[in-house]
Write a new protein. Structure first.
Length: 114
C-alpha cells in the first residue's frame, strides 16, 4: 500500500530525496510520516506532516537537515535529507500517522559512509 524509493549510498554531508507513493486509502485526509529503523532497534518516527501541509514535526536529531512535504494530488510524500550523517544510516519507511499496521512497505535503504 506504500512504496518507498530513493535510498542510496552517499557520503557524509551529502543529500538524498526519498519518495513514498501511497494508496489513496492510506494517504487521503491523514497525516503522513517517515520512520526509520536500524537493525536491533525499534522503528522511530523521523518526520510527520499534516494532511493540509501546514504542520510538521521532526525528531530532534534531524531538525534543520530534513524536510518533509507531500503532494496530495499524487498521493506522494517526500523526505529531503541534507547534511547526512553516518547515524542517519537506516531503512526508511513511510506510513500514515499513526501507522496503518497492514500498510508497511519494504522501506528504502539509506547508507551514509565514506
Amino acid at each position: 500500500q506504500v512504496v518507498e524509493s530513493g535510498g542510496n549510498l552517499v557520503q557524509p554531508g551529502g543529500s538524498l530525496r526519498l519518495s513514498c507513493a501511497a494508496s489513496r486509502r492510506i494517504f487521503n485526509f491523514r497525516p503522513m510520516a517517515w520512520f526509520r529503523q536500524i537493525p536491533g532497534k525499534e522503528r522511530e518516527v523521523v518526520a510527520v506532516i499534516s494532511w493540509n501541509n501546514n504542520s510538521t514535526y521532526y525528531t530532534d536529531s534531524v531538525k534543520g537537515r530534513f524536510t518533509i512535504d507531500r503532494d496530495n494530488a499524487k498521493y506522494t510524500v517526500y523526505l529531503q535529507m541534507n547534511y547526512l550523517k553516518a547515524e542517519d544510516t537506516a531503512v526508511y519507511y513511510c506510513n500514515s500517522n499513526p501507522p496503518t499496521l497492514w500498510a508497511w512497505g519494504q522501506g528504502t535503504q539509506v547508507t551514509i559512509s565514506s
